[in-house]
Ligand binder design. Structure first.
Ligand code: SF4
Length: 104
């Protein structure tokens, strides 16, 4: 049996056990976010948990993420309000002066 077939044929309980085992290696303060994400209760928790995993649970690494091509980049947590506003300018979130002169 190839690896792909093994994944498809897995018992759901085995997947749950694997997730719990994975969760045990996550720093304790981030485990709840992972559990909420994996329970399918929050897309925001899913994005947050993925970014935390991607950056080895280093908040500043997520904040300063250097991969603007990542599909999660606009949604990643820990962005400063001003950074978010200037990276994704819309007429409604720019001041009249910024909109007139070009904020970015
Ligand atoms: S947005 Fe940045 S931190 Fe989040 S998953 Fe993508 S590359 Fe990783």
């Amino acid at each position: 049996m190839d690896k792909k077939s093994q994944i498809i044929d897995r018992e759901p309980q085995t997947i749950e056990e694997e997730r719990e085992k994975w969760c045990e290696h996550i720093p304790k303060i981030y485990q709840e976010t992972y559990r909420r994400a994996m329970a399918g209760k929050s897309k925001a928790a899913g994005i947050k948990a993925k970014c935390q995993d991607c950056c080895c649970w280093q908040r500043t690494e997520i904040e300063n993420c250097a991969v603007p091509t990542c599909p999660l980049y606009p949604y990643r947590p820990y962005q400063h309000h001003d950074q978010k506003r200037l990276r994704h300018p819309t007429e409604s979130n720019l001041t009249q002066k910024e909109a007139h002169h070009g904020a970015v």
